[in-house]
Design a protein. Structure first.
Length: 284
């Protein structure tokens, strides 16, 4: 018998969309919320498009698609009451702390609150909560409905039992959970930072162009080149994580953000979500 039946997902960007989709596809009822109601509409449309593609490829039946969509419910904030609530909003500590404080007030003591943060401290986020033991990190990867790995991150006050419960939950939605310590960037982002930053240095030093760097890294076995991946994640998100890592490691030079990243954000060339990043994208 499932201890978790109803899931809340906060944030209707690409990460929130993927998390909502994979949870609903596994049979969980999903309460879907974003501060921007238009973002929810776009999120549902994106999930529908993703499911349509799966049907077209024969990976999903039409009935399975309809069943998945039927249990994703857009809700107002005050109705975000669930067994597990996963946050996928902007990567800013104060924003997340405020959100979880508000969620804690409208939910039962047993509710599990989880952050999809890729780099912020779980312990710091939990420090403002009345029930820090019910707080944990669940770091999905983009696109969340396809990528198998989830980093399960316990904070300093997280109840040990949550680790085991979240491992079972991740497996129930077809993911591979890995328990990691609450350290800056956890495992993947700490390692991957250099995939991006060294590629940016190669570009900056005119060693090779964007297309060549992406092609060569893919020929070595990576599914996406670094510039393709930065455009998918969002260059604003990638820059913010780089900055957080740089500060968390006392400004160690190897984590220093690159000026090319900063210029992309200044020009609002954020990648797929704006139609232009290191590559240009069809606005459709």
């Amino acid at each position: 018998m499932r201890l978790i039946k109803k899931i809340g997902v906060v944030g209707a960007g690409s990460m929130g969309q993927g998390i909502a989709q994979v949870c609903a596809a596994a049979g969980y009822s999903v309460l879907f919320y974003d501060v921007n109601s238009l973002a929810i509409e776009r999120g549902i449309a994106a999930i529908t498009k993703s499911l349509d593609q799966a049907v077209a490829k024969g990976k999903l039946s039409e009935d399975q698609k309809k069943s998945t969509l039927s249990i994703i419910y857009p809700v107002a904030f005050e109705n975000l009451q669930a067994d597990l609530i996963i946050e996928a909003v902007v990567e800013q500590l104060e924003v997340k702390q405020n959100l979880f404080s508000r969620l804690e007030k409208i939910n039962r003591a047993e509710t599990i609150l989880a952050s999809n943060t890729s780099s912020l401290s779980i312990s710091k986020m939990a420090s403002v909560l009345e029930r820090p033991g019910r707080f944990i990190g669940l770091h999905f990867f983009n696109p969340a409905h396809l990528m198998k790995l989830v980093e399960v991150v316990a904070g300093g006050q997280t109840d040990l039992s949550l680790n085991f419960l979240m491992i079972d939950f991740c497996k129930s939605i077809g993911k591979i959970p890995v328990v990691v310590k609450d350290s800056p960037g956890f495992i993947v982002n700490r390692v991957a930072r250099h995939y991006y930053l060294e590629s940016l240095k190669l570009l900056e030093e005119d060693v090779a162009d964007i297309g060549t760097i992406d092609a060569l890294t893919k020929s070595a076995g990576f599914k996406l080149g670094p510039f393709e991946l930065m455009d998918l994640i969002g260059n604003d998100v990638n820059l913010e994580v780089s900055r957080l890592m740089y500060e968390s490691f006392d400004r160690t030079p190897r984590f220093k953000p690159n000026r090319i990243q900063e210029e992309k954000v200044r020009l609002n060339q954020l990648g797929k979500k704006t139609g232009k990043g290191y590559y240009a994208y069809d606005p459709k």
